[in-house]
Design a protein around this ligand. Sequence first.
Ligand SMILES: [Zn+2]
Length: 89
Amino acid sequence: MLLNLCKTYKCCGIIAKVGGKSNSQHLLAKASDIVVKNVSPKEVYNAIEKLIESGKMKQGGLGLYDSFVHYDVRGVRARWNYSKLIINN
Ligand SMILES: [Zn+2]
């Protein structure tokens, strides 16, 4: 997979608003907003979920948005869906 790691603060800004959490995982450099060319965010989300389940990626935060997927290594499992899409596993 060709990953374009975007260092935007956009999605964690939304998380901060919703959850009231000021210490974003992006600021700790433990997060990425992932966009894969020609692959939908939903497919990227499901692929990362499978990699986490199989132990190939660290457990952490995984969030689906309309145009990208947020992944971070906070150490505990967290999932959210801010996209209009329904996640199918
Ligand atoms: Zn993010």
